[in-house]
Design a protein around this ligand. Structure first.
Ligand SMILES: [Zn+2]
Length: 621
């Protein structure tokens, strides 16, 4: 059957360039291979050069996808073998013998369960464009057609790509970039179709296994879509597909008209886990506007063969992470306490990460390729996530605008204005985005930018808290830590019954004393510490006590003297100040939208927004 949603064209639009036509087949899916046959037009050239992308937009690391490619061969349509030379790690040059089209065959191994890679097994396949398709190096606006030949036990192939009439499992991407931006899921997933504001939406669940509550997730995804539509005031897609792989992995990757999510089959069973899934879905949905269409000038058209640097990921990811949670709350899908807890966790992560004093937000964005996506044991000391700090800065910026405009304007207005001014082919330069914020705020934000974006000074929460009538909770036991208790200040893990240091954070007692990552803590003073006894042993000491730590470093015993530090006395958990004024409470209510404190409020929205649910879990052919 055709897996086309509304809006797809019956035929690809007439195009000046001949398409590349791919056929994907899965003769032995249990061996994790997809076989690719590509018919490549040559335009009469004596040879053509093909390339494979080395990274995926939205995930900033050189991945060398071509390492999973095997047996690249070229032939004429009659099967005559053609000469092929590898010219770069990800490039192949093939002689054409003068033919107007050649056939390129290869196979791709797919066994990495991530939102950006391929996964092929007996039951289903996730096919992503970047790690699958060789394309002409001059490929710009060329259409790319894909036909899938499925194993007999698979019934469906689903993508946001327009389906082509005539043949099942056949799609057409208008460009290579659209192909890379449109993952395909094939197998027998549970499919939930629903309409929101006249647009077709589809939640595709691979791996429900009778555990994940797909109907509930579809209903709540509809509420998310409706709230995002209301926020932006415009719907830029004809249809939207959420490919939800319930495969005990994690993550999400945004696309122009779809997203890939990965989650646990238990994600709808506990409130905490489900809230995490909803936040992920809402985050990726916000990207439909912010990131995919409203984008920094550097992020498209893409160079798929080398790194692309931008200072604007604080907008692309930070603002998105902030609004993912805000709109989830406004949709009535999280309580005010849940929303504040989620925001608080971001603030606490920022305020307890030593790297915030080292790496600015714009530098974190620029260096995503070598820092955020290349984390090691020292990363918390040297870098700061642009997701985390970007979301916190978005929060402060939102409240600043609300404060100085006396509630007349907000970051909501900035995002809508930015979308109307900069979405489209050109994109914005980072200074243009700042200038737009200042326009909406009606004041210069130079001081704010220099501390929040360009510098590493501590953020000031006092204005935001005062404006909204919030405060940080007073210290109490949290996250397994007891404020004020003596501590080594090192993060430990238990490995085969041994107590091993996994992180030494800058500025802690452990850092000063020279405890190292991978040291095994054997004893404190003259007494052995068993792996699960560190907390109990620390209770025997006071902050400032001098102790001798016996560690094994690469099996060699050594003693280190140190003075014990203190667990932080402050939490970063927000709560409404019980003595907040009526004006503060009004600002808080304005910020957090119409929803009250009950998630039932939001669920009551569903009947009147044309929610239409159809579960099609049967194995059609
Ligand atoms: Zn994102």
């Amino acid at each position: 059957m055709l897996e086309q949603l509304g809006g797809g064209s019956e035929d690809p639009s007439p195009h000046a360039m001949e398409p590349i036509r791919y056929t994907l087949s899965f003769p032995n899916p249990h061996t994790h291979y997809v076989e690719v046959r590509a018919e490549v037009p040559t335009a009469g050239r004596a040879d053509v050069e093909l390339m494979m992308a080395v990274w995926t937009p939205g995930s900033y690391l050189i991945r060398e996808y071509e390492r999973h490619v095997e047996n690249v061969s070229g032939s004429g349509r009659d099967g005559t073998a053609l000469t092929i030379h590898k010219t770069a790690k990800n490039r192949w040059r093939i002689s054409t013998d003068g033919a107007d089209a050649i056939v390129v065959n290869y196979r791709v191994y797919g066994h990495e369960m991530s939102v950006r890679t391929n996964w092929i097994e007996s039951g289903f396949a996730l096919i992503n464009g970047a790690p699958t398709f060789l394309t002409l190096t001059d490929t710009d606006e060329r259409p790319h057609e894909v036909t899938l030949t499925l194993p007999s036990t698979w019934s469906r192939s689903i993508s946001s790509l327009p389906a082509m009439a005539g043949t099942p499992h056949r799609f057409c991407a208008a460009t290579y970039e659209a192909l890379v931006d449109s993952p395909i899921l094939a197998g027998n997933p549970a499919v939930y179709d629903f309409e929101v504001d006249g647009k077709a939406h589809r939640l595709v669940n691979e791996g429900e296994a009778g555990v994940f509550d797909g109907a509930r997730a579809a209903r709540d995804l509809a509420a998310i879509a409706r709230e995002h539509h209301r926020f932006w005031g415009t719907i830029p897609y004809d249809s939207y597909v959420c490919l939800n792989l319930i495969t005990e992995s994690g993550g999400g990757l945004e696309h122009a008209s779809s997203a890939v999510l990965m989650t646990s089959r238990w994600a709808t069973r506990t409130r905490k886990a489900y809230l995490g899934w909803l936040e992920l879905a809402s985050h990726e949905f916000f990207h439909v506007w912010n990131g995919k269409r409203l984008r920094p000038i550097e992020l498209g058209p893409f160079d798929f063969e080398r790194e692309v640097h931008t200072r604007s990921l604080w907008v692309v990811e930070g603002v998105t992470d902030y609004y993912g949670d805000v709109l989830l709350h406004r949709a009535g899908l999280s309580t005010r306490d849940e929303f504040l807890a989620s925001l608080s966790d971001k603030i606490e992560t920022l305020q307890t990460t030593p790297g915030r004093a080292v790496q600015s937000l714009t530098n974190a964005s620029f260096d995503a390729w070598i820092k955020h996506y290349r984390q090691d044991e020292n990363s918390p000391n040297t870098s700061m996530s642009y997701y985390v700090k970007g979301a916190v800065v978005a929060f402060l910026l939102d409240v600043r605008i609300r404060h100085v405009s006396r509630g007349e304007r907000s970051l909501d207005d900035v995002m809508r204005a930015a979308y109307s001014r900069y979405s489209g082919s050109r994109g914005y330069r980072e200074p243009e985005f700042r200038a737009l914020v200042e326009d909406i705020a009606g004041q210069s934000l130079e001081t704010f930018w220099s501390s929040a974006l360009d510098g590493t000074a501590e953020l000031d929460y006092s204005e935001a808290l005062d404006t909204l009538g919030l405060r940080f909770k007073t210290a109490q036991s949290y996250a397994g830590r007891v404020p004020g208790r003596a501590t080594l200040g090192a993060v430990t893990k238990i490995d085969n019954g041994r107590l091993i240091i996994s992180h030494v954070w800058r500025g802690t007692a452990a850092h000063e004393a020279g405890l190292n990552v991978d040291d095994e803590i054997v004893a404190i003073d003259e007494f052995r510490v068993r792996a699960d006894q560190l907390d109990a042993r620390m209770e025997q000491y006071l902050v400032g006590d001098r102790v001798s730590i016996l560690v094994a470093r690469r099996d060699r015993l050594m003693r280190l003297d140190m003075r014990l530090g203190s667990e932080p006395l402050k939490t970063w958990q927000l709560e409404v100040d019980p003595v907040a004024s009526a004006a503060q409470r009004k600002t808080l209510d304005d910020w957090l939208g119409q929803s009250g404190n009950s998630i039932l409020h939001g669920l009551s929205l569903t009947p009147d927004h044309q929610f239409r649910h159809k579960k099609t879990n049967d194995f059609e052919t």
